[in-house]
Ligand binder design. Sequence first.
Ligand code: PBG
Length: 332
Amino acid sequence: MPDSRFPTTRLRRLRYHPAIRSLIRETRLDPASLILPLFARPGKAVRQPIGSMPGHAQLSVDLIAEEAREAAKLGLGGIILFGIPAEKDPVGRDSYSESGIVQQAIKAAKDAAPNLLVITDVCFCEYTDHGHCGAIDDHTGRMDVNNDATLELLGKQALSHAQAGADLVAPSGMMDGMVGAIRKALDGSGFTHLPILSYAAKYASSFYGPFREAAESTPKFGDRRAYQMDPAAAAEQALREVELDLAEGADLIMVKPALAYLDIIRLVHDRFPGVPLAAYNVSGEFAMVKAAAQHGWIDERAVALESLTAITRAGARIILTYWAKDVARWLV
Ligand code: PBG
């Protein structure tokens, strides 16, 4: 038995030379694994900055096309589109209209960058006047999203995105049965090849604050705790969510947010080896770093790269992040 203690063993030998550190690295960031979120709004040549997310803006469709071209040039894994419609209503009709804002954005992005993966977020909160993720009523004794009434609408919305040219749809509403309903709607219209990335383990998180400014989707009353997961619930509940979504036909799985949920990412990764796992490095995670960096309190680039490295190390091989373009530039 060789002596594996100090001074025979010195772990600093693995660190003394930069090339050795690089050689033995296991986690490497790759722009091809990063997805850039974009917010589409009506108008022409409109770039409406999002105050809490410096560098990001609501973009009119012509500018979405430019971003898509740039994302492709930088070698990103894709973009995910969110729509902010001109008009909101109780059931979010714009989200499944042929001429809806996200449908226009999909077409513009595909025209500009045919080989770029275009993902759509399938949900209602950006499209409803009450800001909830589906049709609401009080049949449970409280105003809440009616799960089963929303399923049919989700099917319509996902199909409409597919018909506009989306390559992948990503339901984020945390409705029970949403993946199955979307699978059925897609298959019924010939989109059997179109994969579903399910936001399977999505928590009711305060880290979504800046996104809600970006998407103008803050609920007008109440919150999302009756459908998104409780951060303090048993971690294994995330496994039940993933298991159900896979059984309903999900092809890829997401955990969201990322940094405060690295344990969940690791758990899902270990329990479902081989299932492509994504994590959403959400708006609040981005905004905190931006704000501190603007004060000169931390180094944005170093902190962003360290955060994304941690998310990858935890087991996510795909990351949705507002730093996607920056990372591609930093890594060259
Ligand atoms: C729902 C959706 C949200 C985010 C992505 N999809 C907001 C929510 O659930 O309230 C948040 C993303 C982020 O914070 O960056 N359509």
